[in-house]
Ligand binder design. Structure first.
Ligand code: SF4
Ligand code: SF4
Length: 398
């Protein structure tokens, strides 16, 4: 069993209450939606221990708990004060054990990984549809700097992704794009435990990128960013990918810091910022997005009460949006309640999954509020696009 590798961590759990929170509601989105002790990180450690000791077996009933984790990393952050258990790695190992033992996992999760294998993206889009966002843009093949939008930004946010590229190009970045050769980064494999194709997938992808002369990847998707920067080296048994990988949060900070664009338009709005789990808690990228917001003239920035390492998940992590849409919606509704308390007019973030969930949360709460990527705010301030996108009644042609 894969969890044997994490035996020391599993046995280190002292069953304190840091990971689940004292009122069950403000830290872990899984227990927020499922209410069971077995939905908490400490519950999962107890389950893993019982499995290791032969007192419990992996079963379909258990799958809802183990696959119900949003992989938001809040418990891992809290456990730094306790036993330093990497709950995410233990959860990933448990998910792989389900697959290795042939136990049924939530159908949508299994389907997502299979769709990547059969179609190259999580939506089973034909290439032409998947790349529609790039219409009207020109790329420089072989420039060495690859723009990698990933599945969600390509499929769900055609306008946002198009604006992001316009912004990067206006700031002087010469971008290449794989076009018909772009496929999913592979994240669905490791979040659903379906690892059988993943090593070959990473090897083939790296070869494709190297053959094209890619020296750097810029991506707006935190999952793609971590896939290339963290998962590929692990799968390939190398310390670092021979290609630099940057999330757009750092590139936008560079644009602001090096004054690559003149931010001449004032954005007179009260704005708050949602920290995406995978760049926040996973990578400590907290300040670059805030510096970008602060650089925009006219903005009044307001923090939500749960911010940085304490930020509540948007509801989109760990594959839960697809496997447990009701749970996902409940979590995004809760995050929208944090937003409402700020009195802000706009929600900004920098992750396509967060943008999708929070937008759904706004609809559910019957709020006419736009959820914008930081690149859209910068593009307005730089005069690249019209400020109409800031208005609550604006509806993108996605
Ligand atoms: S914070 Fe860590 S040690 Fe404490 S109960 Fe949770 S997993 Fe166990
Ligand atoms: S990663 Fe997030 S959802 Fe999963 S157990 Fe930890 S706090 Fe809960």
């Amino acid at each position: 069993m894969r969890i044997e590798e994490y035996k020391d961590m599993i046995y280190a759990c002292g069953r304190c209450e840091f990971c689940r929170g004292f009122d069950y509601n403000d830290r872990c989105p899984e227990v927020f939606t499922q209410y069971w002790e077995s939905s908490t990180a400490r519950g999962r450690m107890a389950i893993a221990r019982a499995i290791l000791e032969g007192k419990l077996e992996y079963s379909e009933d258990l799958a809802e708990r183990v696959f119900g984790c949003f992989m938001c990393g809040r418990c891992r952050e809290e456990c730094k004060k306790a036993a330093q258990i990497d709950v995410i790695e233990v959860t990933k190992a448990m998910r792989q054990d389900f697959i290795d033992q042939g136990i049924k996992i939530p159908e949508a999760g299994a389907h997502m990984a299979d769709t990547v294998t059969s179609s190259g993206n999580i939506f089973a889009d034909p290439t032409k549809v998947h790349n529609k966002w790039s219409e009207g843009l020109e790329f420089k093949k072989g420039s060495g700097t690859l723009f990698f939008p990933g599945c969600l930004a390509s499929h769900r946010f055609k306008e946002k992704t198009n604006i992001l590229v316009q912004l990067l190009q206006a700031a002087g970045y010469e971008l290449d794009f794989l076009g018909e050769d772009q496929t999913c980064c592979g994240t669905p494999y490791w979040i659903t435990g379906k690892m059988e194709h993943s090593k070959k997938y990473a090897e083939a992808y790296l070869k494709k990128l190297q053959d094209r002369g890619v020296k750097e990847i810029i991506t707006p998707c935190p999952s793609c960013f971590r896939a290339f920067d963290e998962e590929y080296p692990k799968l390939l048994g190398i310390e670092k990918l021979p290609i630099k990988v940057r999330h757009t949060s750092e590139v936008l900070e560079e644009i602001v810091k090096e004054e690559k664009l003149k931010l001449k338009q004032s954005v007179k709005k009260k704005i708050t910022y949602h920290d995406p789990c995978e760049i926040g808690r996973y990578r400590d990228i907290y300040e670059p997005p805030r510096k970008v917001i602060e650089s925009i003239p006219g903005v009044e920035f307001i923090e939500m009460s749960r911010n940085r390492e304490h930020a509540f998940c948007c509801g989109g992590g760990g594959g839960c949006k697809i496997m447990f849409p009701d749970h996902s919606q409940k979590v995004s509704d809760e995050r929208i309640r944090d937003f409402v308390k700020t009195d802000a007019e706009l929600m900004a973030t920098i992750c396509p999954a967060c943008e999708m969930n929070l937008t759904h949360g706004m609809y559910e709460a019957d709020l006419e509020v736009r959820v914008l990527d930081l690149a859209e705010l910068l593009a307005v301030s730089a005069g690249i696009i019209s400020p109409e996108i800031l208005e609550p009644d604006y509806f993108p042609e996605d």
